[in-house]
Write a protein that binds this ligand. Sequence first.
Ligand SMILES: [Zn+2]
Ligand SMILES: [Zn+2]
Length: 342
Amino acid sequence: MDGSLQERGSPTHWAAQECAARGQGGARVSRREFLGAAAGAALLGPGLSSWRRADPYVLVLGVAQDGGMPQTGCYAPRCDRARERDQPRYVSSLAIVEPDAGRYYLVDASPDLRQQMDLIDDPGFRARARERRPFDGIFLTHAHMGHYLGLAHLGREGLGIAPTPCYCSPEMAGFLASNGPWNLLVDEGRLDLRPVEFDRWYEIDDSLSAVATPIPHRPEFSDTVGWTFRGPGRSLLYLPDIDSWEAWDRDVAEIVRGVDVALLDGSFYSPGEVPGRNIEDIPHPMVPHTMDLLREVARDETEVLFIHLNNTNPALDEGSAEAREIASLGFAVATEGQRFGL
Ligand SMILES: [Zn+2]
Ligand SMILES: [Zn+2]
């Protein structure tokens, strides 16, 4: 599918510049079995009929909102089930894998990175990790806890990575470079900051291009971008956080129509979900509203999935009324282990 966030100009070379309910009522499913089953189901899923194992693909490493699931101090039934069954949902993050070239990218570095890296099962990845250079690049969306705290695992107290390009907005780059402990990663040369111009396509390597789009989202520490990735065959939009579609200076339907797969902010299903918290302090579009806006696009053109689900979102429960509603309208909820050919 052609068309995108903007016309693709000449690419720039960087050188030049649980589902808690899963297994419900049945035998206890181990975390490994659970994640394996999710990945297996995804491999047989739609949109992959022409995908060859050697082609680049996006691998979903996590689908939960920044706090993860179970969330710290959450003893509500959904979090308790995830805890009891050892079926956590990891915080939103992706890997981009290029099996032929042996290249690996990380999209957002979540606090769950320690477990999430184990989901990258391409044979070459562990060899790269042993060499302390697991990723050819790291793409960051913004400076809220779910999206960059995992960088700490890559620093001196953890893996201690070799110099790795880190693509983000200029403001995010400035935040990392001027605030501890992140500036140590920069000063030690582990993170090679590559601030990007908005809406400009960058040729990351010979089979991956990326563009960052500015997104309206609580700017406490940094601004926010969504990333669109394009491989040899397909494109994917990753947009885990937005305050509202109406606050955006873009037409979400038009943007989503321009990609083959869209992973969108699905934080909340309804405003009453978070007891004791004012939903206006944590603004996000409600899933049904997003589906209203994108109903035709999802039916006719683009695979639209929700990601970044808060632990209160009943769509995390497979078989819930909300999950069924999402499926009946032609949308889906992303799952750890799911793959999308690029
Ligand atoms: Zn977030
Ligand atoms: Zn955020």
